[in-house]
Design a protein around this ligand. Structure first.
Ligand code: ATP
Length: 235
């Protein structure tokens, strides 16, 4: 029997104040999958992640985590159910060392990784354990941000633009890290502008336009559908 999806979203709507931004997002992510959310700036990708995580002031529609409806849960309860969000702004503490940053986040769900295990996954962070957040390169900051959310014990990771502003060689390292997370059994929903990066990792892609998912393709369909993808992404 096929397992139910880890995440199933139906008719998700979201607002900033009076501004209606999400108009019914439908998507699913199965356990162990890497799925991307693609689309132009302003399509509603980040807002979708915020709505899933319960940090958007107003949302409606259905969000199920392993079959349980969580759309009216507060974000702390959603976190305990195993979903974590790594925001584009990274959210690390600039004035604290790498190790202090790793010690700080609460372990909210069972399975939160101890710092020693994080250093196995992110050897660069161990080398930099005493360095302050402000002294880290962009790539190291991004690794630290991802490492921090693994502390929470989440198994479903919402990663927002993890390659933004990073040099190609660093993007490659982040790709290796995301691959390790897949091997470790994490499930990942990735918002990405860098399609080459997304394509190298993802099992499936969703395309968003104007607050809706308008298309979906499996990794093996990308080559045949490159023309429509280019149109969606405006390249
Ligand atoms: P980007 O890559 O630019 O972040 P995106 O697809 O993630 O694009 P969102 O950030 O989700 O897009 O934005 C969707 C829409 O919501 C846009 O029209 C944006 O202007 C609007 N928006 C985003 N944040 C806010 C906010 N805090 N208040 C009001 N409107 C917002």
């Amino acid at each position: 029997a096929r397992t139910q999806p880890f995440l199933a979203v139906e008719g998700l709507q979201g607002w900033y104040g009076e501004s209606h931004v999400l108009h019914g997002v439908d998507l699913q992510v199965r356990e162990g999958e890497i799925v991307t959310l693609l689309g132009r700036n302003g399509a509603g990708k980040t807002t979708t992640l915020k709505a899933l995580m319960g940090v958007l002031e107003r949302r409606s529609g259905s969000i199920r985590l392993r079959g349980t409806e969580v759309s009216n849960w507060p974000s702390n309860r959603i976190a305990r159910a195993g979903m974590a969000w790594c925001p584009e702004e990274r959210g690390i503490f600039a004035g604290l060392s790498v190790e202090e940053n790793l010690m700080l986040p609460p372990v909210v769900a069972p399975g939160g990784l101890p710092v020693a295990e994080l250093y196995t996954l992110f050897p660069n962070l161990e080398e930099r354990r005493g360095s302050q957040g402000t002294r880290l390169s962009g790539g190291e900051q991004q690794m630290l941000a991802i490492a921090r959310i693994l502390r929470t014990g989440a198994r479903l990771l919402l990663l927002d633009e993890v390659t933004e502003g990073l040099a190609p060689v660093i993007v490659e390292q982040i790709g290796v890290t995301v691959g390790k997370l897949r091997e470790a059994g994490y499930t990942i929903l990735l918002v990405e502008q860098n399609f080459r990066f997304a394509a190298s990792l993802a099992d499936r892609h969703y395309v968003m336009e104007h607050g809706r998912v308008v298309d979906e393709m499996a990794a093996h369909e990308v080559a045949d559908r490159q023309a429509s993808l280019n149109k969606y992404l405006g390249v």
